[in-house]
Write a protein that binds this ligand. Structure first.
Ligand code: PEP
Ligand code: MN
Length: 728
């Protein structure tokens, strides 16, 4: 039996505790986590009993000769250039580069090819093991510098081989992953020296090595402290004369699927022939290799080593495309200024639009990958909801032309209805010509409600609550110390006596929730404060929950637009008349507000917001007075129109699905806001733009004209349905 300890356990302590159970142990050499081997003459003790000893993490009863390989983590998070990271063993990773680092220029060219093809790690040997002593043996230490510089410039990580103990220090300085070559798989002194660097290691399989010998070599590395081992199949001696080696894909599948170990495949050395590399790379990935390592050369005919197996640049590109890998944009590349203007965007293909945005925004690798595949992993979906059986996709589009408070915003919008995005972008273009939107929001103050009923004297109870305001606020803040530490927390309270039977008093707590949507925070506060207040006022505690009418979390936006931009004074008049109509008629106001929410909701969905809360707040706010009213109104000015809007918006930039959903994270990267307040102004501006576009269409040619044109782009079936649908 082998006992694996917790990372911070005291080995002697655990050994003594085990001895108390009759288990005699001896520590196994080196590495982390520490392990104790239980000697054969020990008592027989149930695994559960051993597991209960403090400091014990795992127990392995089947004694394997490579216990560290057996318990090694299946994935390794590797930080690389520019603050990015890779999850080796999980992500599909392309490692590419020349056989040897021949010169500063050629490795820089190769690095550019690798980055463009979506490779994340640059390979290349400074020290080359060659069969003949007369062959080029690499450019040595200087080549490590060239390699490191080329990788850094192109945002790539480095994989390079340590061929001898003498060079391990120099190699470890530049390598993100140290390679141990096929010929050295059983050079135990080298394995120990590489292991001591505590880095991840790419371990090539020996040309004549069994799988078991390969795993034992991995055990050597881990026993000497290697952070992680990636097993790389690169071909074994075979019978086929036409290929350099025989790429053992059964071994790849065995390691990946039977042993669940991380595997890389190297079809370049596995075949020795450029024409076979791409197909065998695909086969290797299909067999279970998450990392594919290939040789590529800007000019293979001039390569100093392994030219015949080096991919041509277009072949590498094809491989990257096959794996769906986005090009790597180095973090230090100067980006063009952030703009929301993309003229003729609508004329481009989806792929062209995506490329334009990626090139201009410097999006993270994850965001770029998301834009390409648009997928939500089932594992994430399963955590977001219940009874999940699949996922459900909608278009992610960009609202263009937005300029708000002097800054451009490219606004992600997710909506199933045609023309919402086009209309908002078009209105934003008109507003932009008059200087753009202006807006501001209050602090992010949410309202929590605590219901007290059967209170004997409601007015007296409410008065008592108000008099003890400071005590209530302090009690509320005691429940949310982290929010208080971040500068938020309960700011104020109020008590309301509600009419009707039942002696009903409601306590309102006003809580600054910072950049969160805040529902959880205020619910916590309400639950915490309720018993204290009840001990003063008696009655029964009822609900303790946020109000979706957060009257202290308001956003205000306004804009001007020239009559000329709108299409003339008649249209400007028409819009003002339409606004009047909404002000006096709730039937019209409902539709008017729906048009505003077309835009706001689309942004809310793209950014992972609780759009039901947004809707509830907007409509409740519109209905606060004696009549249901429009949220936005338009009045004529000397030059055109002025639009003004105000509504509550409970939205956040942290927590909720903003971190969990890769599409939301991508949308957040695109919109580039710093705070929830800023985002609420952007959302409101999109709402006001949507309203303007709708009123302009209604006051002009009628809504169906443009709307049906956009609908007509869809299938005939959809168009036929749309003709029967009233779209408002
Ligand atoms: C290499 O990858 O550069 C190399 C020499 O490979 P191998 O050790 O598999 O022959
Ligand atoms: Mn080579």
């Amino acid at each position: 039996m082998i006992v694996i300890l917790e990372p911070d356990a005291d080995v002697a302590h655990v050994a003594a505790a085990l001895q108390g159970l009759g288990l005699w142990t001896r520590p196994m050499a080196g590495g982390s986590p520490a392990m104790l081997e239980v000697e054969a003459h020990s008592a027989s003790v149930a695994e559960a009993v051993v597991l209960a000893v403090p400091g014990v993490a795992q127990v392995r009863s089947r004694v394997s000769p490579h216990p560290r390989v057996d318990v090694m983590s299946r994935t390794f998070t590797l930080p690389i250039a520019g603050g990015a990271s890779l999850v080796l063993g999980r992500d599909t990773v392309l490692v590419a580069g020349p056989c040897a680092v021949e010169s500063a220029e050629s490795i820089a060219q190769a690095a550019a090819l690798v980055a463009q093809a979506g490779g994340r790690l640059l390979r290349g040997g400074a020290f080359k093991p060659r069969t003949s002593p007369y062959s080029y043996a690499g450019s040595g230490i200087q080549a490590l510098k060239w390699l490191a510089e080329a990788a850094r410039q192109h945002g790539l990580g480095v994989v390079t081989e340590a061929m001898s103990e003498l060079h391990v220090d120099a190699v470890a300085e530049v390598a993100d992953v140290i390679q141990v070559g096929s010929r050295n798989m059983q050079n135990f002194a080298l394995l120990a020296a590489v292991g001591r660097k505590a880095k991840p290691v790419l371990l090539k399989r020996g040309r004549g090595a069994s799988v078991e010998e390969w795993l034992m070599a991995g055990e050597h590395l881990l026993a000497h402290g290697a952070a992680w081992v990636l097993f790389c199949e690169r071909g074994v001696a075979g019978l086929v004369g036409e290929t350099r080696n025989t790429l053992d894909l059964a071994a790849v599948a065995l390691l990946r699927h039977a042993y669940e170990l991380p595997v890389a495949v190297d079809p370049s050395h596995g075949t020795g022939r450029r024409d076979l590399v791409v197909p065998m790379a695909k086969a290797g990935a299909a067999a279970g290799a998450s990392v594919v390592l290939v040789e590529v050369h800007p000019e293979p005919a001039r390569a100093k080593s392994d030219g015949p197996q080096a991919l041509l640049p277009p072949q590498l590109k094809e491989l990257g495309e096959h794996f769906g890998l986005p090009p790597v944009v180095p973090a230090n590349t100067a980006l063009p200024p952030y703009t929301s203007r993309y003229p003729e965007f609508y004329k481009k293909s989806v792929a062209e639009r995506r490329r334009a945005v990626i090139a201009n925004l410097g999006l993270s690798h994850d965001a770029q990958a998301y834009l390409r595949h648009g997928r939500l992993d089932f594992a994430i979906a399963d955590k977001m909801s219940e009874n999940v059986i699949s996922t459900f996709a909608l278009p992610l589009a960009l609202g263009l032309n937005f300029r708000i408070n002097g800054r451009d915003y490219l606004v992600p919008m997710v909506v199933e209805e045609p023309s919402v995005v086009a209309a908002a972008s078009n209105a934003a273009r008109m507003v932009r010509a008059a200087g753009g939107f202006r807006g501001d929001a209050t602090a992010s103050i949410m309202t929590a409600q605590v219901q007290f009923d059967h209170v004997a004297d409601p007015p007296a109870a409410a008065e008592m609550m108000r008099q003890r305001r400071d005590v209530v606020v302090a009690a509320a803040n005691a429940a949310i110390p982290r929010m208080v530490a971040r500068g938020g927390g309960c700011m104020d309270m109020d008590a309301r006596v509600l009419d009707g039977p039942g002696g009903l008093v409601v306590l309102h707590l006003y809580v600054d929730v910072g950049d969160a949507m805040g529902a959880n925070v205020v619910d916590t506060v309400a639950e915490h404060v309720a018993p204290l207040v009840q001990s003063w006022v008696g009655g029964k505690v009822g609900l303790r929950i946020l109000s979706n009418l957060p009257l202290r979390r308001l956003v205000h936006v306004e804009c001007d637009v020239a009559a000329d931009m709108l299409g003339g004074a008649d249209l400007a008049d028409g819009i003002a008349r339409a606004s009047n109509f909404a002000e006096v008629d709730p039937f019209r106001a409902a539709t008017h507000n729906k048009g505003i929410l077309n835009g706001i909701d689309a942004v809310a969905v793209a950014l992972g917001q609780d759009w039901r809360a947004v809707e509830a707040g907007a409509h409740a706010y519109a209905g606060l007075g004696s009549d249901y009213r429009p949220l936005a109104t338009w009045t004529r000015t000397a030059t055109g129109l002025r639009g003004v809007m105000e509504l509550p918006l409970a939205i956040g930039t942290v927590g909720g699905s903003t971190q969990a959903h890769p599409g939301v994270r991508t949308a957040m990267e695109i919109v580039k806001v710093e705070s929830a307040r800023e985002l609420s102004v952007v959302m409101a501006a999109v709402g006001l733009a949507s309203n303007l576009a709708a009123l302009r269409a209604l006051a002009g040619e009628g809504i169906q004209h443009g709307h049906m044109r956009l609908h007509a782009r869809k299938s005939d079936v959809f168009t036929a349905q749309a003709e029967h649908k009233e779209i408002r």
